[in-house]
Design a protein around this ligand. Structure first.
Ligand code: FO1
Length: 314
């Protein structure tokens, strides 16, 4: 397949992973670098868990659970059932197969291996040809301030099912985190053709990446177009708390709001046909089918993003 050059995709959550799969099918593997959010990472049951890395890895390897969107397909739950019977915490559900990844990642982190190295080895074993890297090897933890105070991310997202009203977000550790070297190298690579901000929740999946010192400046300075893809379609989020968070943070629930939130980072912005009149000041707006139901949808949106980048490079 012909390639426009190197493409960097910033991804978090389920929506981001869907577009990453589309990009992986329309680009040579050596031309796709996926940078996964790690702000959702947490230690639970003594295990180091990296949900957004795993959602990308499982999605790219065809192992993602199609119903849940997270974890693995063909899962069994003996560990969870037994843990529950022993009075353990079962609000964060770990399937038996998924558990093996968390156990092995935790062992290697304790042995001193980097999250980057562990992720590369896991992806190689899952047969993934493109590069998947964490946004940093240093810990960054998203926290949410609600009316009752600060909450750790997974407690908010899973245990409390996004019920608390979000007043503020913080990314603990971001100010001391070093950006992923492969990302910084890619942003100054002469072959860089596009940076894609995937249709993820801007607050919890993308802003942790942008909060790492040097990343936003490198994106602003990079020679290739930065293309955002709206996670809002017709005023609604496809999945997850994006719309609720926009409203609770006092923003209009619209594709334009997300573009505004990214500010001057975006050169282009892909919105759904339903939002094609979105007056997104600054970035050039392109309309596409952004609801990804089928694999063909994922590929078509990936092509629309790359076409937009080509247009902006002219
Ligand atoms: N999300 C849930 O809503 N409930 C769960 O029990 C749950 C378990 C889980 C296990 C492993 C994993 O990688 C992800 C898991 N998620 C679960 C999703 C996770 O909270 C989110 O994918 C991200 O943190 C936000 O995108």
């Amino acid at each position: 397949m012909s390639s426009p050059g190197l493409v960097v995709a910033l991804s978090g959550g389920i929506g981001g992973a869907k577009l990453v799969l589309g990009l992986s099918r329309v680009l040579p593997p050596e031309d796709l670098l996926v940078v996964a959010n790690t702000g959702d990472d947490f230690e639970h049951l003594g295990l180091s868990i990296s949900p957004d890395i795993d959602t990308v890895a499982y999605t790219l390897s065809g192992l993602a659970n199609p119903e849940l969107g997270w974890g693995r397909r063909d899962e069994t739950w003996s560990f969870m059932e037994t843990l529950g019977a022993l009075g353990g915490e079962t609000w964060f559900r770990l399937g038996d197969r998924d558990l093996a990844l968390h156990v092995e990642r935790t062992r290697r982190l304790r042995a001193g291996d980097s999250l980057t190295a562990i992720t590369a080895d896991v992806c190689a074993r899952l047969g993934i040809a493109c590069r998947v890297v964490p946004m940093s090897d240093d810990p960054v933890r998203t926290r949410v301030r609600s009316e009752t105070g600060w909450i750790d991310f997974q407690d908010y997202f899973v245990r409390q099912q996004c019920a608390p009203v979000v007043r503020e977000l913080a990314f603990a550790g971001a100010e001391a985190a070093r950006p992923q070297p492969a990302l910084m190298a890619a942003l100054s690579d002469p072959r860089l053709a596009a940076v894609v901000i995937c249709p993820s929740n801007p607050f919890i999946s993308v802003e942790p990446i942008l909060a790492i010192p040097g990343v936003r400046a490198a994106l602003l300075a990079c020679a290739a177009p930065v293309i955002g893809v709206s996670p809002i379609i017709g005023g609604r989020a496809v999945k997850g708390p994006t719309a609720k968070m926009l409203a609770e943070l006092g923003l209009e629930v619209s594709a334009a709001s997300v573009a505004w939130r990214y500010g001057d980072l975006l050169d282009g912005y892909i919105v759904d046909h339903a939002d094609a009149d979105a007056p997104a000041q600054g970035p050039r707006v392109f309309a596409a089918e952004t609801l990804m139901t089928t694999l063909a949808d994922r590929e078509a949106l990936a092509r629309a993003v790359l076409d937009a980048a080509a247009t902006l490079r002219e």
